[in-house]
Design a protein around this ligand. Structure first.
Ligand SMILES: Cc1cc2nc3c(=O)[nH]c(=O)nc-3n(C[C@H](O)[C@H](O)[C@H](O)COP(=O)(O)O)c2cc1C
Length: 382
């Protein structure tokens, strides 16, 4: 096993490794060195990579809009703190949900949740996490949100919602952009191949068997989803009528993740959803979805300030965050950026990625004459 593979598994980075990791792109490149190519391809794809059009569109949307800096607007301090659904956060960046983070690091979601708490922000736990709702709640030092996939066996989803409520999670995030049909091509091309490759090269598998779909561990239901049947177990009949079902099970506010049109944003606002999360699943769902920054303006306009709007997809820079805020997002979620940090350096790596984004956002605000993340003008972005 190489030093790098060992580092990825144990999370102990070589002493000097952080010196050269100045940007999220540096973390991406480093993670790419540590992870088997097949695994990297399956989980993250790349800009312009085959099958990753929606991810490519996310990145392109950021590049296609530029900033219009205002000058002579100096200030002694810049405020990065804001609130989301009434929760104070130190920076407008939240760790979005991503399944099986023990693939990235042995401590998986525990490390990510700790890093989010240390940075004064929120960690979203995926239904498909490798540490359970309760295990993460036990170590978390900041607020947690729970991301829900709705299974055909509603009883399983109901159990998860009740457990998240009981464990003190602060919001329920229903993912609505992934009906369970999108990932099959990627899975069969890459993931199975990867597991055999991993054995051939004796790379330590960080995902322990008992950590696969840990949230479902011990639930007593026939035909419980497994890793092999996971996406097939999603409820493809899910409709707007089901929001009432979710609401009836919890007092947590409801966030819809994966809204991509003004039409759906309007319906969500009418139905009293608490927040909308513009996302195309980081390119993991519909292949030819629009870049999310291109979607954001129509969604913000449609909801007319009635609810908060968040966004993710391709955020790599502080200036990307500023563009989202200018176009009306209350906060930005990151997927890959945090996962690269987790792969490279566990909790310390995620913390460092958050520090990088915070520093870059502050710098971009100073360059652009923005004093407060809650007051970014629309005219700041082309
Ligand atoms: C490896 C990986 C796993 C993911 N798992 C989930 C998940 O379990 N639930 C979910 O709602 N979204 C999941 N997503 C989508 C992310 O929440 C997010 O929408 C996306 O990663 C944002 O784009 P970015 O990675 O370019 O920041 C996953 C994304 C990645 C890359």
């Amino acid at each position: 096993m190489t030093m790098e593979a060992s580092s990825a598994s144990t999370g102990t980075p070589p002493a000097d490794s952080f010196l050269s990791l100045l940007t999220v792109r540096d973390y991406e490149r480093r993670a790419q060195e540590l992870v088997l190519p097949a695994m990297f391809g399956a989980l993250y794809g790349g800009d312009g990579a085959y099958q990753w059009d929606a991810h490519t569109n996310n990145l392109a949307a950021f590049r296609s809009r530029q900033l219009r800096p205002r000058v002579l607007r100096g200030a002694p301090e810049r405020n990065l703190a804001t609130t989301v659904l009434g929760l104070p956060i130190e920076l407008p960046v939240i760790l979005g949900p991503a399944g099986h983070q023990q693939r990235n690091h042995i401590d998986g979601e525990l490390a990510s949740a700790r890093a989010a708490g240390a940075a004064g922000t929120i960690f979203c736990l995926s239904t498909a996490a490798s540490y359970s709702i309760e295990e993460v709640a036990e170590v978390a030092t900041g607020p947690l949100w729970f991301q829900l996939y709705t299974f055909s066996d509603r009883e399983v989803s109901e159990i998860l919602i009740r457990r998240a409520t009981g464990a003190g999670y602060r919001a329920l995030m229903m993912t609505v952009d992934n009906p369970g049909v999108g990932s099959r091509e990627t899975d069969s091309r890459y993931v199975r191949h990867n597991y055999s490759l991993a054995r051939e090269h004796e790379v330590v598998e960080t995902l322990e068997e008992e950590r696969v779909l840990r949230n479902l561990y011990g639930i007593d239901r026939p035909g419980l989803p497994t890793q092999a049947t996971f996406t097939d177990s999603f409820d493809q009949t899910l409709s707007w009528d089901d929001l009432e079902w979710a609401r009836s099970l919890t007092s947590m506010p409801l966030i819809l993740k994966g809204i991509q049109t003004a039409e759906d944003a309007s319906i969500a606002a009418e139905l009293g959803v608490d927040a909308i999360y513009v996302s195309n699943h980081g390119g993991h769902a519909l292949k030819d979805a629009r870049g999310t920054l291109d979607i954001l303006p129509e969604v913000v306009e449609a909801v007319k300030g009635k609810l908060e709007v968040y966004i993710d997809g391709g955020v790599q820079r502080g200036s990307d965050i500023l563009k989202c805020l200018a176009l009306g997002a209350r906060a930005v979620m990151i997927g890959r950026a945090a996962l690269y940090g987790l792969t490279v350096g566990g909790e310390q790596g995620v913390s460092d990625v958050l520090r990088i984004l915070s520093r870059e956002l502050r710098e971009a605000m100073i360059y652009c004459g923005v004093r407060d993340v809650r007051e970014v003008e629309r005219a700041l972005v082309t």
